[in-house]
Design a protein around this ligand. Sequence first.
Ligand SMILES: Cc1cc2nc3c(=O)[nH]c(=O)nc-3n(C[C@H](O)[C@H](O)[C@H](O)COP(=O)(O)OP(=O)(O)OC[C@H]3O[C@@H](n4cnc5c(N)ncnc54)[C@H](O)[C@@H]3O)c2cc1C
Length: 378
Amino acid sequence: MKYDLAIVGIGSHGSAALHRAAQEGLKVIGIDRFDPPHTRGSHHGDTRITREAQFEGDHLVKIVQAGNKWRESFEDKNDPLFVKCGCLNIGVKNSDTVRDIAAAASGVAQRCNIEIETLDAATLAKRFPVFQVPDNFDVVFEPNAGYLRPEACIAKNIEMARQYGAKVLVNTEVTDIAEGRITLADGRVIEAEQIIISAGAYIKKFVPATFAQKIKPVRMYVGWFKIKENYEAHKNAPVFCLDYNDYGIYGFPAIDGPDGGMKVGVEIDVFNKPALDLATHTYETTKEEMDEIFAGVLEYLPALSYDYVRSAACIYTVVTDDEFIIDKHPLMKGVWICSACSGHGFKLSFGIGMMLVDLVKTGKSALYTDKFKFSRFN
Ligand SMILES: Cc1cc2nc3c(=O)[nH]c(=O)nc-3n(C[C@H](O)[C@H](O)[C@H](O)COP(=O)(O)OP(=O)(O)OC[C@H]3O[C@@H](n4cnc5c(N)ncnc54)[C@H](O)[C@@H]3O)c2cc1C
């Protein structure tokens, strides 16, 4: 049997596209080498920051907003995929980051009707006492932002897709893709009019070499640090992104009870990090990696202790210009590529799923922009 659409990789973006395609009545199959959600890609770790004020560009705002509306239409209110707790961007006054975020966020906020507030260090300490930042810091707060639960989002997408009649093949690796044909590791062939490749960190394998060199998987890590005191304040904290020296730490409210710790990660110049060897990497973290995060924690979150309850490593897949690649395959008709969207793709996954299905069905989408095309590299 020939499918209308086959999706290679049903993690964050692929599962959203699978769900949307099935809802829109396409005969669709999703294939994954593991059994999503899982811990061997880019989506594990319980939480992903989501915000509408995308200082990376207005073109992303409408994708997030469209995705949010769609999510709300099927979300179970008793088991929400999104938790609203607000998002803080914190950094040195007049630093590029804070200035850019404040300017861009207020511009975006006005244009797209997003509520944001600017706070000073003293107000921050009063409202959110877990943070202790110097007086020369500025803060931009987006009260309607929060976090998504990535594993629950993916599970929901796959469950809904199945309900709408999608076929799902898990623990099945795709080894080759040609126009209208997918070859599986066991030699089986799947035929489909169109194919979306959303293989996350493993996508390079399916992209022509000239473009594959623009894509780099890098290793990232997070720790859940023990809370020494004032658990309630940590539980009620917003998600946050905090400039620390030349890099940033980010984190989430303490959602796992007084002994579950507070999740904090670090984002160090991903463009200069070495490319990850996907054949040999492991998901165990090292003491040096936790030290890197804790340096920032120690400075600004004084009630957290170095004893971490757990830790996790995960993969960012960065594109050299920090933009996403979502486009037709340059050499194969009917094949679409959706890159893993660097370190900030999860919040866009529902909107990207909608956009991909529009593209497959009609060749265009109101959410699409030339910024995502391969031609920008010419
Ligand atoms: C530590 C960390 C923190 C992050 N924080 C945030 C955040 O706060 N907010 C945010 O918006 N984003 C965040 N991100 C980024 C976000 O999680 C990613 O952009 C997103 O998960 C990428 O989705 P994906 O679908 O491309 O990849 P994945 O979700 O990994 O899915 C790819 C799927 O493809 C499958 N696959 C690969 N190769 C094959 C093959 N040959 N055959 C079949 N299947 C295959 C894999 O098994 C996998 O299931 C973070 C990422 C990391 C690592």
